[in-house]
Design a protein around this ligand. Structure first.
Ligand SMILES: Cc1cc2nc3c(=O)[nH]c(=O)nc-3n(C[C@H](O)[C@H](O)[C@H](O)COP(=O)(O)OP(=O)(O)OC[C@H]3O[C@@H](n4cnc5c(N)ncnc54)[C@H](O)[C@@H]3O)c2cc1C
Length: 504
């Protein structure tokens, strides 16, 4: 270890973000090389919602050495193959945003261009029928593509739905086994260095003081250190993402759990439906400028598929991000860094992405500003990319049945998103910019799903013989269906996986 190495990390908060950070930092470091303490308050509790994830979580679990079956059993987890969107383009329409790709490119010509040309010659089924994940989801089937899986099974990409509280508990077990010390107590004061403003220590209500060199702020929306102590500032995105409230309630399952999330657009927001093993998670995300709290609750309850299992939980938020995710010796993760509504289940991923970047740029006690600036630049990029993809869902609507949708349909866009849409509208061209989380296949799913069709064909399709392309498309189409039909029902797969976890 260098003379300047950090000797003590203090993680403030024990929600999903805090325990993900504790588990990751403790497993990444050589054991005993650094003290890690995590402070959480039972009295304050956690946000307590957040149940759907995206595929990179598999890598996070892998990094921690988590066995997938054990994790599923411990978190009441189910598999997620994508999101079904209902009533987004127009009332009565539905589409599927699957994980993974659609079809396969031919000689580097993007699959969606071939699909669009063929669709203009004869009416093709929805593009979802060329996605392994979507076809399996439609049949309620699931199979895990092993390391040596071949086409088309190798194109099945998945994530999970789970109880985030149970996940945090699961990670706590891993972190404590690696030496992380948990301290229960409410932080009431923060002491800073008079010269450089760095946080030196936190004080709990019972008078205990905890000192540290690096502080990881996972204190949720309040941003106890990053905002409360350092006054970092927050950039609001409500002009593009006007939803600022949520009401959430679990209900009983009315059948076997689907391997996908459903998002149904409502008059002033949207409702999620997330099937776990033991219950259905539901919530309405809405704009308080367009819907009253009581109306929102009534709408949520009117659309439950089973008996409510708890009282509804009401949450307020402001879409946006902290101006600096890393300020002085405080790195914020999770809700203290910012919030983008859970339409594409990205919050837990943003925590993961922050942790990965922190490990890649881990500071020493000199806190090199270049490391901090690079971290902040990368976090800003990933937040803005996710934001733009979420805005797309609101903008690309034809709904005109409420003030809310009229606002969304006609709002001005951030420049980068406006250019991206223009490229698509002209010839259906899409490019992944840098480290963008959502690649062209995701954009295609939303754009075509919401009825945004390019004006002209991209001349690049002319390089592929139309008859050859048509034949390839038909064969692919059939291969996805045949493969999905061989998979076990999703519920059966989960039962086997959970049984294997207890047997193993
Ligand atoms: C409506 C809604 C739906 C969501 N759905 C999804 C989803 O489907 N998928 C997804 O990925 N994400 C989702 N999220 C986001 C997800 O819930 C959070 O990103 C995730 O739980 C991380 O939260 P957190 O740990 O940052 O904060 P919190 O859960 O709020 O935890 C904060 C922690 O800080 C502690 N703390 C705070 N103040 C003090 C103090 N003074 N002293 C001591 N301790 C303190 C608390 O006790 C707690 O332990 C959703 C969020 C909302 C609001």
């Amino acid at each position: 270890m260098s003379d300047h190495a950090i000797r003590k990390v203090v993680i403030v908060g024990g929600g999903t973000a805090g325990w993900m950070a504790a588990a990751a930092i403790s497993s990444w470091l050589p054991k005993g090389s650094m003290d890690i303490e995590l402070v959480e308050s039972d009295e304050i509790g956690t946000v307590g919602v957040g149940e759907a994830t995206i595929p990179p979580l598999l890598q996070f679990n892998d990094m921690l050495g988590v066995k997938e079956d054990e994790f599923l059993a411990a978190t009441q987890g189910t598999f997620k193959l994508g999101i079904e969107f209902v009533d987004w383009g127009a009332i009565g329409e539905r589409y599927f945003h699957p994980f993974g790709s659609h079809g396969a490119d031919i000689n580097s010509v993007p699959f969606h261009q071939l699909y669009l040309r063929e669709n203009s010659r004869r009416s093709l089924p929805d593009i979802r029928e060329w996605s392994m994940s979507a076809v399996a989801a439609g049949l309620g089937r699931f199979a895990r593509p092993g390391a040596g899986a071949r086409l088309p099974l190798s194109q099945l990409v998945y994530a999970f739905h789970f109880d985030a509280g149970l996940y945090a508990r699961f990670l706590r077990g891993l972190a404590e086994a690696k030496g992380v010390r948990r301290i229960e107590g409410k932080i009431v004061d923060v002491a800073q260095d008079g010269e450089n403003g760095h946080v030196k220590s936190i004080t709990l209500a019972d008078g205990r003081t905890i000192e540290g060199e690096l502080f990881v702020d996972c204190s949720g929306f309040r941003g106890l250190l990053i905002e409360g102590a350092l006054g970092t500032g927050y950039e609001e995105w409500t002009r593009w993402l006007p939803c600022d409230r949520a009401a959430a309630v679990p209900c009983a399952l009315s059948g076997p759990p689907d391997p996908f999330t459903r998002s149904t657009a409502r008059q002033a927001g949207w409702q999620w439906r997330i099937p776990l093993q033991h219950r259905m998670g539901n919530g309405l995300v809405y704009s308080s400028g367009h819907l009253e709290r009581d109306e929102a609750e009534a709408l949520l309850f009117a659309n439950l598929e089973g008996e409510p299992l708890a009282s509804p939980r009401h949450l307020s938020f402001t879409a946006g991000r902290r101006k600096l995710a890393w300020n002085a010796n405080v790195v914020s993760l999770g809700l203290s860094t910012g919030f983008i509504e859970p339409l594409e289940s990205t919050s837990i991923h943003l925590v993961q992405s922050g942790i990965t970047k922190l490990l890649a740029l881990f500071p020493d006690r000199r806190f090199n500003p270049a490391e901090r600036d690079e971290y902040n630049r990368q976090v800003q990029d990933v937040f803005e990319d996710v934001r733009d993809f979420i805005i797309l869902h609101y903008k690309a609507t034809r709904r005109d049945d409420s003030d809310f949708w009229n606002y969304c349909r006609t709002m001005e866009l951030p420049d980068k998103l406006a250019s991206k849409l223009e490229l698509w509208r002209s010839k259906g061209r899409l490019f992944r910019d840098g480290q963008e989380l959502f690649g062209p296949a995701s954009w295609v799913a939303v754009l075509l799903g919401q009825g945004v069709v390019p004006g002209e064909q991209d001349p690049v399709v002319m390089t592929i013989d139309a008859a050859v392309a048509a034949d390839t498309l038909d064969k692919m189409h059939l291969s996805y269906l045949r493969m999905a039909e061989q998979m076990p029902p999703h519920a059966e797969f989960i039962a086997r996986a959970c049984a294997a976890s207890t047997a193993g």
